[in-house]
Write a protein that binds this ligand. Structure first.
Ligand code: GLU
Length: 464
């Protein structure tokens, strides 16, 4: 859920893309890449790690073009690696795609593309599917192929697409992932966030959900969900770069507080299927054999554990201990191969937490991790992982990471309760409905700024 950027115009696209990605670095990322069209071919350069690595490789072997797309990745499906970095291309290399977000039905689509269409995949990402899907529908009209592909796709996305058969355009789509378009006399731009474009233009179109944008070098056409052309007013940005990075908020913490509805929706909604069953992707642990739970974490995550203890004990009727990771290794624990240890860590790299995980493993415990960062040490060493998909958290005080951990823990409590037959049908569906209502309810609370300000004033410096 990091950065996309695209440019078509008379300037050098590579330079614009690298500058744009640099301005998006503050969002956090694990890899970066670009794709351009040159002499009727798509050329991709991408790698795991810092943008500087990509920039250096482009200094050694320079590229120039007038059209290109770029991406910084925050892995959700597939570990951070060169081959999982974006852009992704179709098998013939004629279409390149960048994607921020999560494709919910990716497994189903991937199976279909492999088994029925004989497509071979080069990465473990959900995003690569989009390139193959568009290819599948492509006849001689990229816009049409994208529209057809979108019908098949469910999930959240900001997408940028280029195609060698139509080298005069970039097509971008937005659904539940931010996307903006910038216009200038020297060309047109697309990006996930305003800071990426501030050096080039302050004339922005804010793209709405379900809209498709076609950018050529001197024109931008926006289509709504009914495929009608939209007459969007230009938004003139008067923020400086610093304010723009924070999405117009005074601090990253404010931004992240306000990202909670989306973050909670990411953690929650795609794990509840049509019959309201929970799909938690716990494949390696047999939860029916578990007779005791330890929740082990540090700091804020430990506090999420304290709340979860009550939920698990009440809903699933299962004895649950919460331990600080830093203490865990030094205490006598009563772990057996029937003990579930739930390890919680935003980064998945907290040293004490990792040490506790290894200790519990030695004692044969089954390890379930709740982690935000895909491919992190905790996620690799656990038996199963539930990712919170909250996106990067930059502020030191935890906000959306904490709320999404709570949601993940509630889902575990509910899942266990159902597996163990400890919850009746009505109660189960009532709790699911309450969980599903949460993103909207959080938004409602956050919109009441006056009330929040009043509460903050009351609590500020309150020592009682
Ligand atoms: N789900 C995609 C992936 O894991 C996109 C992640 C992102 O938004 O950066 O590659």
């Amino acid at each position: 859920m990091c950065g996309v950027v695209g440019y078509i115009g008379e300037n050098d696209a590579v330079e614009v893309l690298l500058e744009g990605l640099k301005r998006l670095e503050y969002r956090g990322y694990d890899s970066a890449g670009i794709a351009i069209i040159k002499d009727d071919r798509i050329i991709v350069r991408k790698c795991k790690g810092r943008l500087a690595t990509l920039t250096n490789s482009l200094k050694k072997e320079p590229l120039r073009a007038n059209i290109g797309i770029g991406h910084t990745r925050w892995a959700t499906h597939g570990e951070p690696s060169d081959r999982n970095s974006h852009p992704h291309i179709n098998n013939s290399g004629s279409i390149a795609v960048i994607h921020n977000g999560i494709l919910e039905n990716y497994l189903e689509l991937k199976e279909w593309l492999i088994n029925e269409k004989g497509i071979s995949f080069r990465s473990d990402t959900d995003s690569e599917i989009i390139a193959h899907l568009i290819d599948h529908y492509y006849q001689d009209d990229l816009l049409n192929a994208i529209k057809m592909a979108l019908i098949k796709m469910s999930g959240a996305y900001a997408i940028g697409v280029i195609c060698t058969n139509e080298p005069d355009k970039i097509i971008a789509v937005r659904k539940d992932s931010p996307l903006i378009v910038g216009v200038s006399p020297n060309g047109n731009y697309v990006a996930s966030d305003i800071p990426a474009l501030l050096r080039y233009t302050k004339d922005i179109y804010l793209i709405e959900n379900d809209e498709i944008v076609v950018l050529t070098k001197d024109k931008v056409v926006i289509y709504d969900s009914m495929h009608q052309i939209v007459d969007r007013a230009l938004f003139k940005v008067d923020w400086d770069t610093d304010a723009a990075e924070k999405g117009g908020y005074a601090h990253f913490m404010m931004k992240e507080i306000n990202e909670q509805p989306q973050a909670v929706a990411n953690t929650l909604l795609r794990r509840i299927d049509q019959d309201e069953k929970l799909k938690l992707d716990i494949k390696n642990i047999d939860l029916t054999k578990i007779d005791k739970i330890y929740i082990v974490a540090c700091g804020t995550a430990y506090h999420a554990g304290l709340v979860a203890k009550v939920a698990i004990e009440e809903l699933a009727d299962m004895p649950t201990e919460v331990e600080l990771a830093s203490e865990f290794c030094y205490r006598k624990n009563f772990i057996t191969d029937r003990t579930l240890v739930i390890i919680i860590s935003q980064s998945g790299e907290t040293l004490d937490t990792l040490a506790a995980l290894r200790e519990a493993k030695k004692d044969q415990a089954r390890i379930l991790a709740i982690v935000n960062v895909v491919g992190s040490s905790v996620s690799r060493e656990a038996d199963d992982v539930i990712y919170t998909w909250a996106g990067p958290e930059i502020a030191v005080a935890s906000t959306k990471a904490y709320t999404t951990q709570l949601v993940a823990l509630y889902m575990i409590a509910l899942h266990l309760a159902r597996l163990k037959g400890k919850i009746d049908y009505d109660h189960y569906h009532k709790v699911i409905d309450l969980l599903k209502a949460m993103p909207d309810q959080i938004s409602m609370i956050l919109n009441d700024v006056k009330k929040i300000q009043q509460l903050a004033d009351e609590q500020f410096n309150n020592e009682s």
